[in-house]
Structure formats: C-alpha cells, structure tokens
Design a protein around this ligand. Structure first.
Ligand code: ZN
Length: 173
C-alpha cells in the first residue's frame, strides 16, 4: 500500500492531484443526484456538501498550477495505488436507502485513500519540492478525513434493518 507511486515532478503531482480531486468532486455529485432521484434528501445533501469541499480543493490545486504546464494524463497513466482514482467514492457501494452513516463511511474510505496516496508520495522520497507539495496536500486531505470523522460521530451505525423498505420502488422493464 505504501509503494512509491513514482511521481517525479511538481507538475506530475499536480496533474495527479487535479485528476483525483476532480473525479472525487464528480463522483460525489453523481451520488447526490442518484439519491435525490430516490428522494433521499438527507444523504443527498451530505454528498452535495462533500462535492463542494472537493471543488474548493480542485480550485486550490489550480491556483498552485498557475502558469505551470501539466503533463496530460491518460487514465492508464494514473499511478494510483488502486485501480480507481483513490479519492473517488465507489458508486457501486451506494444504496438508495443509504443512511448518513453509510454515506459518510463511504466518504471516509475515499478520503483516507487520497491521504494514503499523498502519504505514499511523501514516503517515496526524492525531489524536495515534490515532497513539500505532497506534505501540503496530505495536510489538506487529513482535514477532509477529520471533517468526515466528525460528521460520522453524529450518525451512529443504524440497526441491521436499515435497508428494509416498507414501500420499495417499482422498476420499469
Ligand atoms: Zn478530499
């Protein structure tokens, strides 16, 4: 898990950070939309807030990019530690009756994966400006992790019957 993802320059790290945070932003929006369709307003609102937080993060990264020219990354060039961008919450894990507790657990795993990615760059050694940026990005990501943990503390795990729907949706063939 802590294998060096091989980030060689600040531009390379920024390109990865930008791809990762944009994907996280889009994924949270997708999740919010899905849950709105199912009128799960409470959880949809949480995902919208998370999407906003990621958008701010994307803007901060773009500020750092400034006039730097970023390498173009094709998806197969991403050096994620997992198959998917570390920060993107998995859409397959969403359930239409998802509770805030489930939504936030999903988000916590996503934010933790992003933090692990930056930490692995940091631990990978090498170029000191890459290290410095990885440290800053890791600090910001740790703030996201802490924020999600604080929210999670307000929503204890629901009982085992949370997915029982007294009025299940009817799917059209
Ligand atoms: Zn984040």
């Amino acid at each position: 898990m802590t294998e060096n993802p091989g980030i060689a320059s600040v531009a390379d790290l920024l390109a990865h950070a930008h791809a990762m945070e944009s994907e996280a932003h889009e994924r949270y929006l997708d999740l919010a939309e899905q849950l709105e369709l199912h009128r799960n307003v409470e959880v949809a609102t949480l995902f919208r807030k998370l999407a906003q937080i990621e958008q701010l993060h994307v803007r901060k990264i773009l500020d750092r990019v400034g006039a730097l020219e970023l390498p173009h990354l094709s998806p197969w060039e991403y050096r994620w530690l997992d198959d998917e961008a570390p920060e993107a919450a998995s859409i397959g894990e969403a359930h239409y009756m998802m509770t805030p507790h489930h939504a936030l657990s999903l988000a916590l795993r996503a934010e933790q994966r992003a933090l692990d990615f930056y930490s692995s760059v940091l631990e990978g050694g090498g170029n000191s400006s890459v290290q410095e940026l990885a440290r800053e990005l890791a600090v910001e990501e740790r703030e996201h992790v802490e924020l999600v943990k604080t929210w999670l503390a307000k929503y204890p795990e629901p009982g085992a019957d949370w997915a029982e729907d007294p009025d299940p949706p009817v799917y059209q063939e």
